[in-house]
Design a protein around this ligand. Structure first.
Ligand SMILES: Nc1ncnc2c1ncn2[C@@H]1O[C@H](COP(=O)(O)OP(=O)(O)OP(=O)(O)O)[C@@H](O)[C@H]1O
Length: 406
C-alpha cells in the first residue's frame, strides 16, 4: 500500500457539524451539498461570507496521527494554575484564528483568559471583529467567562527600552562621559553598541520586548485573575530569532549593569550640576527590571509544566518544511512543543471539481510529509478544515475552536 493510500485508509469521513447544526431540513445538505448562500449567513448575520471554493461540501477527514500519546483539551483546561499557550508558524496560516479560538474555548470553559498579540502586525481586532487596540486590557464581548485581549504596541515598548538604555549606555552617555574625560569607560559602553542595536533593531527584538512587557503586566495584581494566557506570536522567522534574543539581551544588559556602579559613581558628583531628570541609578534600576523580565521570558518559554508552544501550519510542502525547521529550533531551545495544527485542509467532496481534486492531492502530499518528518511525526496532529467563510467574531471562533480543541 502506498503512503498516500495508507493515509487515505486511516481517514474516516464524517460530516462536519456545520451541516447538522445549521441545515437539518435539507436532505441535499445532509449529504454534504450546501446551498450557494451558506446557512451560516443567517446564523451569524454579522459574519462576512467568503466562498473560497466552487465545491461546497463540508466534510472533514480525521487522521489517526502517528503521534505519541498527547492528551486533548481536557488536559489543557484542567487545573487552575496559570498556563501559557504560544501559537506560532508561517505567516498567514491561521495563527491568530487558532489562538483566538483557543482563548474563546478557555473562557467558555470557566477560565478567565487573556489573549495577547505580540505580532507587530496585529490582527486580533480583525479576528474578534471588535476594536481591541490601544495596548491595554480590553474585554472581549461574547464568551461566558471573562476574556480580555491585549495588543502590545512594540514601537512604544521599544521607545521605553531605548530611553532606559540611552541613559546608561547610549551615545548620549558616551559623549557626556567623553567630555568629562572618562574615555575608557566610554569605550566600554560604546562596545556594547546598544544604541546601534536599537536604531536598527534585528527582527524579533520588537517581540522580545513586547513579551517582556507582558511579563511586566502579569506581575501586577490587576492580571492575577487570568488562569490561561494565549499568545498570538509573530511569524516563524521572528519567533526563532526571538528565542535567542532573551539570552543575547540578557548578556548585553548584564554588561551594562556591571558598569552601573562605575557610571553611578562617576556621574553622581556632577549630576546635580547638570540637573538630569533621569539619574543613572533610576535608569539602571529600569534596566535591572528589564533584565529580570528577560530572564523570566526565557524561563517561561522553557517551562514544560506551564507552557506549550503550538505550531500552526497549512498543508503545503513549504509550510510543513518551515514547521519542521521551527520544531527543530524550538527543540534546541528546550521549548516544549506537543501539538501541530494543520489548518485549512480541503474538505472532501463527492463532486470534486478538477481544481479541488488536484489541490486535495497536493495537500495529501504535504500531510504525508508530516508522518515521515523526524521533527513533526511525534507531535499530536490536529486537523482543521478550510471553511468557506472568513473566521471572524466570537461565534465563528467558537465553532472553529470546537473543531480544533478536543
Ligand atoms: N480554517 C480556515 N478556513 C477558512 N479561512 C481561514 C481558516 N483559518 C484562517 N482563515 C482565514 O485566513 C486569514 C488569515 O488567518 P489568520 O489571521 O488567523 O492568520 P495568521 O497566521 O495569524 O496571519 P499573520 O501571519 O498575517 O498574522 C483570515 O482571513 C482567516 O479568517
Amino acid at each position: 500500500m502506498t503512503k498516500m493510500a495508507a493515509w487515505n485508509a486511516s481517514f474516516t469521513s464524517y460530516s462536519l457539524s456545520f451541516n447538522k447544526i445549521l441545515s437539518p431540513r435539507n436532505p441535499m445538505e445532509a449529504l454534504g451539498f450546501l446551498p450557494r448562500i451558506h446557512p451560516l449567513s443567517s446564523a451569524f448575520p454579522s459574519l462576512s461570507i467568503k466562498p473560497k471554493l466552487s465545491c461546497n461540501s463540508f466534510q472533514v477527514r480525521s487522521v489517526a496521527a502517528p503521534a505519541e500519546d498527547v492528551a486533548g483539551f481536557d488536559e489543557m483546561v484542567s487545573g487552575t494554575q496559570r498556563k501559557y499557550y504560544m501559537l506560532g508558524g508561517k505567516g498567514g496560516v491561521g495563527k491568530t484564528s487558532c489562538a483566538a479560538s483557543l482563548a474563546v474555548k478557555f473562557a467558555n470553559n470557566g477560565h478567565p483568559t487573556l489573549v495577547v498579540s505580540t505580532d507587530p502586525a496585529h490582527s486580533l481586532s480583525d479576528s474578534f471583529a471588535q476594536d481591541l487596540t490601544g495596548g491595554m486590557l480590553v474585554p472581549v464581548e461574547g464568551p461566558d467567562f471573562p476574556l480580555f485581549a491585549l495588543e502590545i504596541n512594540p514601537e512604544k515598548t521599544k521607545e521605553e527600552f531605548r530611553d532606559a538604555a540611552k541613559h546608561n549606555g547610549g551615545t548620549g552617555v558616551k559623549d557626556f562621559m567623553d567630555g568629562m574625560g572618562l574615555g575608557m569607560l566610554a569605550e566600554q559602553v560604546g562596545e556594547l553598541k546598544l544604541g546601534e542595536l536599537l536604531d536598527t533593531p534585528p527582527p524579533g527584538l520588537d517581540e522580545a520586548i513586547a513579551i517582556s512587557k507582558v511579563m511586566q503586566f502579569l506581575e501586577s495584581p490587576q492580571y492575577s485573575m487570568f488562569t490561561r494566557i494565549v499568545f498570538d506570536t509573530a511569524p516563524t522567522g521572528h519567533t526563532l530569532r526571538l528565542l535567542s534574543l532573551p539570552d543575547f539581551l540578557d548578556a548585553s544588559i548584564g554588561k551594562i549593569l556591571k558598569l552601573r556602579q562605575k557610571i553611578a559613581s562617576a556621574t553622581s558628583a556632577i549630576k546635580s550640576a547638570f540637573g538630569q531628570a533621569e539619574t543613572p541609578q533610576n535608569a539602571a534600576d529600569k534596566l535591572e527590571r528589564l533584565r529580570e523580565r528577560m530572564v523570566k521570558v526565557r524561563d517561561l518559554f522553557r517551562d514544560t509544566d506551564s507552557t506549550e508552544f503550538v505550531i500552526v501550519a497549512i498543508p503545503t510542502v513549504m509550510a510543513i518544511s518551515e514547521s519542521s525547521r521551527l520544531r527543530a529550533s524550538l527543540k534546541k531551545e528546550n521549548v516544549p512543543v506537543r501539538r501541530l495544527i494543520v489548518n485549512q485542509i480541503l474538505p472532501p467532496s463527492a463532486s470534486d471539481c478538477k481544481f479541488c481534486a488536484v489541490k486535495r492531492k497536493d495537500q495529501m502530499r504535504a500531510l504525508d510529509m508530516i508522518q515521515n518528518d523526524p521533527e513533526l511525526s511525534s507531535l499530536k496532529l490536529i486537523q482543521s478544515p478550510l471553511v468557506d467563510m472568513e473566521i471572524r467574531g466570537v461565534p465563528a471562533l467558537k465553532f472553529m475552536g470546537d473543531i480544533i480543541w478536543k
